[in-house]
Design a protein around this ligand. Structure first.
Ligand code: FMN
Length: 420
């Protein structure tokens, strides 16, 4: 990081004296100083105002889910039976996510939001994960019953969908009490998905922080990983408006005056971003958290489990939002475990993680921090419904599902006729 930028990040608002016309333009350009409407933020308003109805309302909620580096690796299709969700493998993090585990977690989060959103439109939904054995990229079909009878009432977490944002700033460190901890874990999940929480100032919490710092250093020293991360950073307003994805300075967690001052300086390269990220992890993210946590699964390279891990993270973050808490994934440790596995290197991070967890725990799949903050996190960019709806599932699958559905409906009709 060049000296002046680093000083600005440290001094906070003190750097504002440097305001110059060119810098102001760059700050506007990076979305740090708002000027005019940002097209990449409209999707948040679309959901909160209920712009989309029927199955499109599910898509409107799904695309607000968390995804790695805001890569939004999804495409949706509206069909006669409901909504299909597809993986877009090109929206990838490369060496940061060599097995596509994080990508599937993002999709799992979207599917989770969509299931909740079905209660807003009053339709009974059945989620089928990986429904088509001949198309692995068809990650879910959310079937919507044509009749509203038996549909559950609006879910209490619906309101949190549009307020959930990843918070990368400094927090207060105030404790999360036992009642809140209980509420965080109080949701149904499959037996193979488990969650461990550590108080930040406990021995396990300190070990988690040390390992996360080590993993961050390892990532920032890995030029391929940093180059991949850099590709998902949007440096100017035009790029952000056009692509509506990725990370920006506005969501980096800097106090607003600092962000404005930092945004006026020239764009960072990958190595500079790495140095800033390492500093933010060690000096802000880890020391100001109240709670750390890990979501595990026995075989987190399995596609179904990776989807469920993402759904669990989405749910945890929505519950935290509802409780007035803030949250941020800190996934450096699982990322380094995967990186070492992909390169065939000795599993240094996998072994260190084993020592951190109770004996026999499955491998960590998603690591995070939670806590309290005095400020709210801003929304991040999203492609709206119109940019993520595509073609329906493959024809062969449609034909088979239609035949199966017709058989079920015939059987229902026969039973009704026999009763009458
Ligand atoms: C699997 C996964 C891993 C993530 N890892 C990190 C991380 O290590 N650090 C971080 O700051 N955010 C991480 N995130 C959060 C995303 O960057 C964030 O969801 C995305 O930028 C969209 O922003 P939003 O959550 O505020 O809507 C992760 C999200 C997912 C789903």
């Amino acid at each position: 990081m060049n000296a002046s930028r680093r000083q600005l990040l440290r001094w906070g608002g003190g750097g504002l004296g440097l305001v110059a016309a060119a810098g102001l333009v760059r700050a506007i350009d990076q979305g740090v100083i708002e000027f005019g409407e940002t097209p990449g933020l409209r999707a948040w308003g679309d959901w909160s105002t209920g712009r989309h109805s029927g199955p499109l309302a599910l898509v409107s909620a799904g695309l607000l889910a968390a995804s790695p580096h805001n890569s939004q690796p999804w495409r949706f299709a509206i069909g006669r039976l409901g909504v299909d969700v597809f993986e877009v493998p090109d929206r990838a993090l490369g060496p940061i996510d060599p097995f596509g585990r994080e990508r599937l977690a993002g999709l799992g989060g979207a599917i989770h939001n969509m299931a909740l959103a079905s209660t807003r439109i009053g339709r009974l939904a059945t989620v089928r994960l990986l429904p088509d054995p001949d198309n692995a990229g068809h990650v879910a079909r959310i079937e919507l019953d044509t009749e509203s009878a038996g549909a559950p009432p609006p879910h209490p977490l619906l309101g949190a969908i549009g307020r959930r944002h990843t918070h990368r700033g400094a927090w207060t460190g105030a404790p999360i009490d036992g009642v809140e901890r209980g509420a965080l874990l109080d949701f149904p999940r499959p037996d193979d998905i488990s969650i461990t929480l550590f108080e930040a100032d406990s021995q396990a919490g300190r070990r988690f922080a040390a390992l996360t710092n080590e993993a961050t250093v390892a990532i920032t020293e890995d030029a391929e990983m940093m180059a991949a991360a850099h590709r998902w950073f949007r440096h100017d307003r035009g790029e952000a408006d056009r692509r509506k994805d990725g990370l920006t300075l506005a969501t980096a967690g800097l106090p607003s005056l600092t962000a404005a001052a930092a945004a006026m300086l020239p764009a960072q390269d990958a190595a500079t971003e790495g140095r800033y990220w390492r500093q933010a992890t060690a000096e802000v993210h880890l020391p100001t958290a109240s709670l750390f946590g890990i979501i595990h699964a026995p075989d987190e390279t399995a596609r179904r489990q990776a989807l469920l891990i993402g759904a669990a993270w989405q749910r945890l973050h929505l519950i935290a939002t509802g409780l007035g808490l803030v949250a941020q994934p800190l996934n450096q440790l699982p990322e380094m475990i995967d990186r070492e596995a992909a390169l065939g290197q000795p599993p240094r991070f996998a072994e260190a993680a084993r020592a951190l967890l109770p004996a026999g725990s499955p491998r960590p799949a998603l690591a995070f921090r939670m806590g309290h903050a005095n400020t709210a996190a801003p929304p991040s960019l999203r492609r709206p419904v119109s940019e993520v709806v595509g073609f329906p599932a493959r024809l062969g699958y449609e034909v088979e599902r239609s035949a199966a559905e017709t058989a079920v409906r015939d059987a229902q009709l026969q039973r009704r006729l026999a009763r009458d």
